[in-house]
Design a protein around this ligand. Structure first.
Ligand SMILES: [Zn+2]
Length: 392
């Protein structure tokens, strides 16, 4: 029984056994297509399926089903039809290039790129059944087709500028200002004032600085400008305070002098030991009210004790006396200004010692008085309260 059954089965299926095996092989081929790649040398001698077909090693061939037990059999050797064979070919075709998706990131520099995801080309995998007759393709049938879409490459692109420029102004060392002095007759003597405030100069350089990712990489001098200093102007007052010494002292080109007798209750003026013939000057502007030439001492006339002398009346109720002059250069009524020469020193009038023939210059001095009006009367007062030698 057992043998008969087997025998029957074998007999019964004898005509279909090849087809079943063929179907199994096709299924196996389709499964293998995605996992195994044949080398190009295994490609069958096929005409191109499409002009743009991309095979790229993805073609899988299948031997005819009848050759499972004999690898040397060639296509076309089939048990059903010896001249016809079929082959299943799976090919990858119509490759679709992937696109690129850019993702912008303001925290990255513009020359930074990060590939977030690699792109993958899309492709179409087609499986054909190809019928050969005597080794030539006579028909093909599309069995299946799988389309895989491309996957875009994702690239992160920075937008922060990597190269930046900045203009910078750099001020160099200061250039100190100088000072010029001028005289000002309207400013009181001894005083100074700043008429023009000095300003230091400087050199200013403008640089164009280039940064790469925030670090300075180059610096170019664009311009350089020198701002000159402003000279300071100081004025020195020359306006007299109102009184001159009654002679040319050393500061004004004359000789040194000395006080030989000071003002006191018994001596109502100051005696200056000036040189014989030295210029005698008005202590202030005014008008000459006395100019007396009878220079020799006389007990009968007190004025003679002054010898040749000049009295000047000033505008503010003050009179000045210059006695014992050798000679005078002004007359009554003359207007004089402060510092003007009104005569020359001598020893006329009553002096001590008195000049003699052998000592003609003995007793030379200037007796000087200032009288001020008090209650309508001119009275002597200490000249030291007015003269610049003491008041300056
Ligand atoms: Zn005197």
């Amino acid at each position: 029984m057992k043998n008969r059954y087997n025998s029957f089965k074998t007999h019964k299926n004898a005509g279909n056994s090849r087809r079943k095996l063929l179907c199994l092989s096709v299924a196996a081929t389709a499964a293998l297509t995605f996992t195994a790649c044949s080398s190009p040398s295994e490609l069958p001698d096929l005409p191109p399926l499409y002009e743009d077909t991309t095979v790229s090693g993805s073609v899988q061939t299948q031997k005819p089903a009848g050759g499972t037990s004999d690898s040397t059999e060639k296509p076309g050797e089939d048990a059903v039809s010896p001249d016809t064979s079929e082959q299943t070919v799976t090919v990858t075709e119509k490759e679709t290039p992937f696109g690129i998706t850019y993702i912008y990131d303001e925290n990255l520099y513009d020359d930074e790129r990060i590939i977030l995801r690699e792109g993958k080309n899309g492709y179409t995998v087609s499986t054909y059944r190809i019928i050969y007759e005597n080794g030539k393709e006579i028909a093909r049938e599309l069995l299946s087709q799988t389309v895989t879409a491309p996957e875009a490459q994702e690239i992160i692109v920075g937008t922060k500028p990597s190269v930046t420029e900045k203009t910078e102004t750099v001020r160099g060392e200061k250039i100190p200002f100088g000072t010029r002095y001028e005289y000002d007759a309207t400013l009181e003597a001894g005083k100074t004032a700043i008429r023009v405030q000095g300003v230091d100069g400087y050199t200013e350089s403008v640089f164009r600085i280039t940064y790469y990712r925030g670090e300075e990489v180059s610096r170019e001098l664009v311009s350089e400008n020198t701002e000159a200093p402003v000279e300071q102007v100081v004025v020195i007052g020359t306006k007299e305070k109102g009184f001159y010494m009654p002679f040319l002292d050393a500061s004004r080109g004359g000789h040194n002098y000395s006080v030989t007798q000071d003002f006191s209750s018994s001596h109502r003026g100051i005696d200056f030991g000036v040189w014989y013939g030295d210029p005698i000057c008005a202590i202030k502007g005014g008008t000459v009210i006395t100019a007396y030439d009878e220079g020799y001492f006389s007990k009968d006339n007190i004025l003679w004790t002054y010898g040749t002398y000049v009295v000047i009346e000033h505008e503010d109720g003050m009179r000045s006396y210059y006695a014992h002059l050798k000679s005078r250069t002004v007359s009554v009524g003359d207007k004089v200004s402060g510092g003007q020469i009104i005569g020359y020193s001598g020893n006329t009038g009553r002096t001590n010692p008195e000049p003699t023939a052998s000592k003609p210059y003995a007793g030379t001095h200037l007796h000087f008085e200032i009288r001020v009006k008090k209650n309508g009367v001119y009275v002597t007062t200490d000249p030291k309260a007015y003269l610049p030698y003491w008041t300056k």
